[in-house]
Write a protein that binds this ligand. Structure first.
Ligand code: ADP
Ligand code: MG
Length: 614
């Protein structure tokens, strides 16, 4: 019988590969820019037409290619970047498969112009549908320009699947943006339909953030910079009070490559614990650099995912490093008058942030493989609720990751410290509208929200009681019996244990009755029933918003409901106790829901406001 199997012609094989490599115009931008970076370019220009559908052109001033290489580059599996299996184990370039150019050339019309520094003229190659149509020598600058026209012109079905211009444009802009962020030393120019969208000159990473997102965001970032034997972590994380309601501004680069990792995202975001509210996403741009042998980048067609040989250690270190950076920073937000005079229509949380870092300090420059973490001034490392081994295990399992060996473990019992505390003197305490406490500090004025402050205190007390099973209970002289609904009864039944640890001794009596026999010491007389009722309500809200940690929910609803309310008059000694207790908590800056507890107003701001120069 005749054989039915035959080898596919190269052109068809390339088109099939293109299905994976070239998903949309953005893929071309990504592949070409990566090639330019690999070629050592200092300046990369990305030019697109009709959101990349009619044109994607990338021009660089890199190494260029010789005539032979220029033709070879379009051959399947032709690459200058690896040559052995051993090379594949330690990839330090962005490309390595030799697939991009032949794939692109099989689904578009391509024009390549390239010149090496040793030559006087450039080589021009025109390819259509995978066939070389023209090769000539011509005038041209050192470097390479690749223009990809009419993507998918020969595969109408795929062309049809392209999305609206606005969508395709967004994808391209995102990719260019990542490039601007990940290579601060590289000049990146982006032109769309003749309009220059970005022209980012070499800068520091913070400079690049300022260029893309504005000075305010850039100034608010907290620097991260640490290294150990395994890897270096550098970059920035956002202040909790800047947490955006989008996931957009989160960037993770591993050895210079933008990657998407649910697991590492979790490592970063969980460092914020409850400093950000549900549904808010802290901004970050972090660069991990580690031995290329410890990672596998060959697991995803677009190389957007990486596999770490020791995922768990990477997770643990990243989590600890981000936490330390956050906790090293004084997170007390500052008030600025100049903000208050701007667009009053949109009073957003973002106006509460301020740069606490010294602007004079030289900013680090990150190139893809540079070593970070020089002259780190790691003072007392501090961290909040520690992520214990069990939690990490569960997390890894839920993400289908092999847990591997135990990580190096984070530090215990560390606390956040503001750089300034109010002076301890009741004379200097003043309550405004039974709501805010005003008190002088060295740099100006501190304003404390009394309810939120008490909430933080009670929340931590409750957590401690839950952790150590040491209730601070007061027996009621006359137990209260209260009526509850069927649903509340069921809920109370599931959390009776936690409530008892907190100090609420309750007995579920008749079908719809609960007897309260003891309550925590902080619960004021006469409030026993209402607090319990409100707690149940609050607890349900947490559950509804997806919070499943029983202890957190019990502690937070207790804190929220038992705390002194806005509108309650406090005597100076009461204010003093509140402040002392607040500053004894592990995080006096935010309540368990992420709302700010303190705000400070710097003298300098007042001076500016009053037109004083000094
Ligand atoms: P890979 O990047 O995986 O090696 P590509 O198909 O993207 O595969 O590119 C093939 C080869 O063409 C590269 O290995 C490189 O030698 C050469 N090349 C591509 N783009 C450029 C460029 N902009 N400058 C210099 N050489 C390039
Ligand atoms: Mg490539």
């Amino acid at each position: 019988m005749m054989s039915v199997i035959h080898r596919l012609p190269d052109f068809l094989a390339n088109q099939i590969a293109a299905g994976e490599v070239v998903q949309r115009p953005e893929s071309i931008v990504k592949e070409l820019v990566e090639n330019s970076i690999d070629a050592g370019a200092q300046h990369v220009t990305v030019i697109i037409g009709a959101a990349g559908k009619s044109l994607v052109q990338v021009v660089d001033d890199g190494s260029g290619m010789t005539e032979t290489d220029a033709l070879l580059a379009f051959e399947r599996h032709a690459t200058s970047k690896i040559s052995s299996a051993a090379d594949l184990e330690r990839i330090i370039t962005l490309g390595f498969r030799g697939e991009a150019l032949p794939s692109i050339a099989s689904v578009a019309k391509v024009e390549l112009k390239t010149r090496t520094p040793g030559e006087d003229t450039a080589m021009l190659v025109r390819i259509e549908g995978g066939t070389i149509e023209e090769t000539t020598r011509t005038q041209g600058d050192i470097g390479t320009s690749i223009a990809v026209k009419t993507l998918f012109y020969n595969t109408p079905a795929r062309r049809q699947f392209l999305k609206a211009d606005s969508t395709e444009y967004r994808h391209i802009a995102d990719t260019v943006q990542r490039c601007i962020l990940s290579y601060p030393d590289l000049r990146v120019t982006f032109i769309s339909d003749g309009e220059t969208i970005w022209d980012a000159h070499p800068a520091t990473l913070r400079g690049r953030v300022a260029y893309l997102f504005g000075d305010k965001i850039a100034e608010s970032l907290i620097e991260v910079r640490e290294e150990n034997d395994m890897m270096t972590v550098g970059g920035f994380v956002g202040r909790p009070n800047f947490a955006k309601r989008t996931r957009g501004e989160q960037f993770l680069f591993v050895n210079g490559r933008f990657v998407v990792s649910r697991l590492l995202n979790h490592a970063i975001v969980s460092s914020y614990e409850n400093m950000v509210s549900q549904g808010e996403y802290p901004m970050y741009m972090l660069f991990l650099n580690l031995d290329p042998r410890g990672i596998d980048v060959n697991v995803h067609p677009q190389k957007l995912e990486v596999k770490f040989s020791n995922e768990r250690n990477v997770y643990t270190m990243l989590n600890a490093v981000v936490r330390r950076s956050l906790y090293r920073t004084d997170l007390t937000p500052s008030m600025h008058f100049r903000d208050l005079t701007q667009d009053d229509s949109s009073l957003t949380r973002t106006r509460l942030g301020s740069p606490e870092e010294d602007p004079q300090r030289p900013q680090p420059r990150y190139d893809s493989y540079s070593s970070l973490g020089r002259d780190m001034n790691v003072d007392r490392p501090v961290a909040g609720r520690r992520l214990d081994a069990d939690t990490v295990d569960t997390l890894f399992r839920s993400m289908g990751v092999d847990a591997g060996q135990g990580g190096d473990g984070a530090e215990d019992d560390l606390v956040l410290l503001p750089s300034e505390k109010p002076v301890s003197d009741t004379q200097f305490l003043w309550q405004l509208h039974n709501k805010y406490i005003f008190t002088p500090i060295k740099s100006g004025l501190m304003i404390i929200d009394q309810h939120v402050a008490h909430e933080r205190i009670l929340y931590e007390k409750a957590l401690a009681a839950l952790a150590h099973a040491a209730p601070f209970s007061q027996q009621l002289l006359f137990p209260h019996t209260m009526r509850v609904s069927q649903g509340d009864m069921a809920l109370l039944d599931t959390i009776t244990g936690e409530l008892a640890q907190l100090g609420f001794v309750i007995r579920l009596t008749a079908p719809n009755f609960v007897t309260v026999e003891a309550v925590p010491q902080d619960v004021r007389i006469g409030m026993e029933e209402s607090i319990l009722e409100e707690m149940i309500e609050q607890y349900r809200e947490y559950e509804a918003s997806g919070l499943t940690d029983i202890r957190h929910n019990v502690a937070a609803s207790y804190g929220c409901r038992a705390a002194i309310k806005t509108g309650e008059k406090l005597s100076p000694p009461e204010m003093q106790i509140l402040i002392d207790q607040l500053f004894a908590t592990s995080n006096p800056f935010v309540c368990p829901h992420g709302r700010p507890v303190l705000v400070k107003l710097a003298l300098g701001e007042l001076d500016r406001r009053f037109g004083r120069t000094s």
